[in-house]
Design a protein around this ligand. Structure first.
Ligand code: ADP
Ligand code: MG
Length: 639
């Protein structure tokens, strides 16, 4: 076969080109990571073959010893990483090494700032991979053949890491992939045996296949003059080569745990925390679970790859086994290795296996415990976690009823206690500060922090020094619908239903009654002119500064939920708010005295619209509001 005919040059996908460029220019300060990435890929390829061979042993081509071989050539300035894993055929080479298929690539690209310092942080979050070869090489040649294919189906992929690559047919006897890096000026150190060994030790000790290098030759100094017969080259394993999670906790250093995290998560950053457990009993399995430091770009994409790497008796079975974690813990990374599942287990089987169910609930508990520990620890770790993943965890009470209380303990809120936007108050904190006769946990839900903080509903709470949680995340209404109570205390939305402060004294109750009586006529008059907009008008003592506020009926949909549903084009049930007015506010006193019915109606409408605005609501007819207000303003000058 004539190779030339088959040589073809192609352009990188735009995203791949951008990523390559960024990688080359922003990661030079941490060059050695290319070796971790390439060995990680080699180990993944071996895992894939090992799994495929369970069903079809002929793929092994009679050679079942797996290894990754690293060779350096100082003179030529090259380093070669060769594996006997699954390999790639021509189409796969073009697809996997010419494009970036990862979800979230577009989001990643949009986040780039052009500031190298910041962008190199981002690239860490995204995961680097094969293209990292170009950090140290100005030419990369990949020679690969898919396991089970004929030797003349081998392919060479080559690129200078600019805008194009070439592919060309070339025989390959051994299955698998061999990658040769032609090192750049300034990166020659990676052709040095000792340097490469130390990098492999550092990053790839935990890889379960041996990474072998040529044994250093013993200098033949003693027998001078005698011709030394050239011995066959001998290789030795440079790494530990046992799957890290099979080792006992006490034998594994923090450094090793961190490196292993980078391997399983494709994350560049260190993990925030981890939990490693072996479980014996009815079901036997090992789990090693990690909390990342940063949220991936695609966390809000329901289709994002999530879940753990599944092994059965140390054989890799699949990536992203989502059956072992609930959706609200989708940020957790790691490994489960089961002794009970069959080696030919499929995703379908996983969905209905009793062992999987039991592992899932145990793994879920482990993660919640790990979070609990992190929350108790001094320092900023938990705050950091909450900032990145708090909103996801808030989905928990709706999804996982059994662990509701445990999850609730992990929630953090902004509160009138601090009046800052930081979500750093726990429900336990809140309860410890509750007033003696206070029975409920009060909260307000609003579109953003300022609307929440300045909500008229808080006036009476501030006056009485009762703490209110300030909820402003999109999931909050949803969360509170499922939370209902904590530690025996009910949650109460301060903008919902009649105000019932158990802290009210008899004197205050009498005051409310008197107020209601005195304002009966005004309330009735308001009710008439606002009939179309409100369910009811009532007098309240909950306001001190504001003339009026809107209250949601006990069983009606909250304002935030309503806005979210409307924005999503969902039908929302008809329901009108209740208008509560503060009869001793000068504006209401003025209204009460207003003889002119038209003017009364205009003023009443303005009061209602303003109550709506103060909640962050949208006016149904803003132009009408403006024109009414202007009319009223003009009367100030007597025109
Ligand atoms: P990732 O490992 O996160 O998928 P990479 O950029 O490291 O991303 O690799 C891209 C793809 O190229 C891999 O998913 C795999 O399909 C393929 N690949 C890379 N290296 C090898 C290899 N040594 N053997 C077989 N396939 C490989
Ligand atoms: Mg990779």
């Amino acid at each position: 076969m004539t190779a030339d005919v088959k040589k073809e040059t192609m352009g990188f996908q735009t995203e791949a080109k951008q990523l390559l460029h960024l990688m080359i220019h922003s990661l030079y300060s941490n060059q050695e990571i290319f070796l971790r990435e390439l060995i990680s890929n080699a180990s993944d390829a071996i895992d894939k073959l090992r799994f495929a061979a369970l069903a079809d042993e002929s793929l092994l081509e009679g050679q079942g010893d797996y290894q990754v071989q690293v060779d350096v050539d100082k003179e030529a300035g090259t380093i070669t990483i060769a594996d006997n894993g699954i390999g790639m055929n021509r189409d796969e080479v073009v697809e996997h090494l010419g494009t970036i298929a990862k979800s979230g690539t577009a989001a990643f690209m949009e986040n780039l700032t052009g500031d190298q310092q910041k962008d190199s942080q981002l690239i860490g979050q995204f995961g680097v991979g094969f293209y990292s070869a170009f950090i140290v090489a100005d030419r990369v040649a990949v020679h690969t053949r898919k396991a089970g294919d004929a030797s003349d189906l081998g392919v060479v992929w080559e690129s200078h890491g600019e805008s194009e690559f070439s592919v060309e047919a070339k025989d390959k006897e051994a299955r698998g992939t061999s990658i040769t890096l032609f090192l750049k000026e300034g990166s020659e150190e990676f052709a040095e045996d000792y340097r490469v060994r130390s990098v492999i030790k550092k990053y790839s000790d935990h890889i379960s296949v041996p990474v072998i290098m040529l044994k250093p030759s013993v200098p033949a100094a003693e027998d001078e003059g005698e011709e030394v017969t050239e011995a066959a080259p001998e290789y030795e394993a440079v790494n530990e080569a046992t799957a890290l999670w099979t080792r006992s906790r006490t034998e594994v250093s923090d450094e090793e745990y961190k490196e292993f995290y980078k391997h399983v998560s494709h994350d560049f950053d260190e993990p925030l925390s981890w939990s490693h457990n072996r479980v014996e009993g009815k079901f036997e399995y090992t789990s090693l679970l990690y909390l990342p430091k940063r949220a991936p770009f695609d966390m809000w994409n329901r289709e994002m790859a999530r879940g753990l790497k599944l092994y059965v008796q140390r054989t890799f079975i699949m990536d992203d086994a989502e059956q072992f974690l609930p959706l609200y813990l989708r940020f957790v990374k790691g490994v489960v290795d089961s002794n009970d599942l069959p080696l030919n287990v499929s995703r379908e089987i996983l969905q209905q296996d009793a062992a999987v169910d039991s592992m899932r609930s145990a793994v879920t508990k482990r993660v919640l415990d790990m979070l609990g520990k992190l929350a108790k620890k001094d320092g900023d770790d938990y705050a950091e976690f909450w900032k990145e993943f708090g909103q996801v965890l808030k989905e928990g009470p709706a999804e996982d009823f059994a662990n509701k209380e445990k999850i609730a303990k992990l929630l953090r809120f902004a509160s009138t206690q601090t009046d800052t936007e930081a979500q750093d108050q726990s429900l336990e904190d809140y309860i410890s500060r509750m007033q003696e006769s206070q029975e409920k946990i009060f909260y307000v839900v609003a579109e953003n922090f300022n609307t929440a903080k300045n909500s008229p509903h808080l006036e009476v709470f501030r006056k009485k020094g009762i703490e209110v949680l300030l909820l402003t995340d999109r999931v909050d209404d949803w969360l509170m619908n499922h939370l209902q109570d904590f530690d025996g205390k009910q949650f109460q939305d301060v903008a919902r239903g009649a105000l019932d402060l158990a802290t009210d004294s008899d004197e205050e109750k009498a005051k409310q009654e008197k107020l209601e009586k005195d304002s009966e006529a005004l309330v009735e008059r308001l009710g008439k002119v606002l009939e179309a907009q409100v369910e009811e008008v009532r007098a309240t003592t909950r306001l001190t500064e504001s003339p009026a506020c809107l209250v949601v009926g006990d069983h009606d949909m909250g304002a935030q939920m309503r806005r979210i549903m409307e924005a999503a084009g969902q039908p929302v049930p008809e329901s009108k708010p209740i208008l509560e007015v503060n009869p001793i506010h000068p504006l209401l006193e003025m209204l009460d005295q207003e003889p002119d019915e038209d003017r009364f109606a205009d003023l009443a409408s303005v009061v209602f619209d303003q109550a709506n605005l103060a909640e962050g609501g949208q006016l149904e007819d803003p132009a009408a509001y403006v024109s009414r207000l202007n009319k009223l303003l003009l009367t100030l000058s007597g025109k």
